[in-house]
Design a protein around this ligand. Structure first.
Ligand SMILES: *Cc1c(COP(=O)(O)O)cnc(C)c1O
Length: 342
């Protein structure tokens, strides 16, 4: 019962994605507590498998995993050097000239990386900003320069999108002649092929079983305890707002989890099901804070628990029902579940 996280599958997915980019080093993106699955466990398993480069969004996340990794693991902080932040043992990815100058004053001689904007307009230096500090950045730390220079693709999960080639060209133009490792690809970019791989790839969601890595091994199962079952007669309703009414006599199971556990309320009467040994039991009525109701009429016997995330309903299928993406399904899973790591 609870959330089962298959760390062996995470490692297998990391190896598979690394194998798609054999000329590059494979990092692992573990921001947001490894997409909700528990960063300390995930980084330890990936380090044991050979990963040495990790990415987090915030310095705070970096400090949380630093004690779980040996000194030769590099923890890169995507938000860069925010004012007053303790970056001991971390590598800030500097996103603006202001961050660059702050970092060089506060952390002279310490490793850093650079993020460039190649078109997404979310993070990183524009071409003109980079041109203005490029010589100083490349000469920093006794000529060693940044650990790497990176950018990020906006549309990598759509292989035919013209933004991919345009961003690739922009990144190449901005980094031409820099004798520094380069990084452009997350999960989607790895799958776009070798032009996008450069020296370091940064898979995230694919490690955790999510699209666009369609061949990923599933990592998560979520099993929810059944609290009670009842019979409802034709015309009786179930749940808040009385949004679902039985058309005939049905058996309804109530399970102990809801939107406070990160089960998106948009799954209410969405076509999503709870599963009993592979048999679908449609979610009926609204997902409430701590409870979900499902139609179990077709089961010969109701088990102690029903599954929400399972091979029949992986994270991206659930995401489709909720009108979102697998990333949000994963990162919404809350700490309240019993967790089992395989
Ligand atoms: C989140 C993130 C990644 C990982 O992306 P996935 O699509 O999950 O593989 C890589 N790089 C940056 C800059 C990111 O923000």
């Amino acid at each position: 019962m609870g959330l089962t996280i298959d760390t062996g599958a995470i490692v297998a997915n990391w190896r598979a994605l690394a194998g798609r980019a054999p000329a590059a080093r494979a990092a692992a993106v573990v921001k947001a507590d490894a997409y909700g699955l528990g960063a300390p466990r995930v980084v330890a398993a990936l380090y044991a498998a050979g990963a040495r480069d990790f990415f987090v969004a915030l310095a705070k996340e970096g400090r949380a995993i630093r004690p779980h990794l040996p000194d030769d693991a590099r923890i890169n902080v995507l938000s860069g050097h925010m004012e007053g932040e303790d970056l001991a043992g971390l590598v800030p990815v500097l996103n603006s000239p202001a961050q660059f100058f702050r970092d060089r004053v506060m952390r002279p001689g310490q490793p850093f990386a650079i993020q460039l904007d190649s078109g997404m307009n979310r993070m990183g230096m524009e071409a003109g900003e980079w041109a203005a500090i490029r010589a100083e950045a490349l000469a920093a730390n006794g000529g060693r320069g940044p650990d790497f220079i990176m950018s990020h693709l906006a549309c990598a999960d759509e292989p035919d999108h013209p933004a991919n080639a345009a961003q690739l060209a922009a990144f190449r133009a901005m980094t031409e002649g820099c004798a520094v490792p380069r990084s452009l690809a997350a999960t989607g970019g790895i799958l776009l092929g070798p032009d996008y791989h450069f020296d370091l790839v940064r898979p995230g969601v694919g490690l955790y079983g999510g699209l666009p890595f369609a061949e990923a091994r599933q990592v998560v199962r979520l099993s929810l305890p059944v609290i009670q079952t009842r019979q409802v007669e034709a015309g009786e309703y179930v749940g808040y707002g009385a949004t679902w009414t039985a058309g005939a006599r049905r058996r309804i199971a109530t399970v102990a989890a809801g939107y406070a556990d990160g089960i998106l309320r948009a799954l209410s009467s969405s076509g999503a099901s709870l599963y009993a040994g592979g048999a679908a039991c449609p979610i009926v009525g609204r997902v409430s804070m701590d409870l979900i109701t499902a139609d179990v009429t077709d089961l010969s016997s109701v088990p102690d628990a029903l599954e929400l995330i399972c091979p029949e309903q992986p994270i991206d299928r659930l995401a489709d029902f909720a009108g979102t993406i697998g990333y949000e399904v994963l990162t919404s899973l809350r700490q309240r579940y019993e967790r089992t790591y395989l």
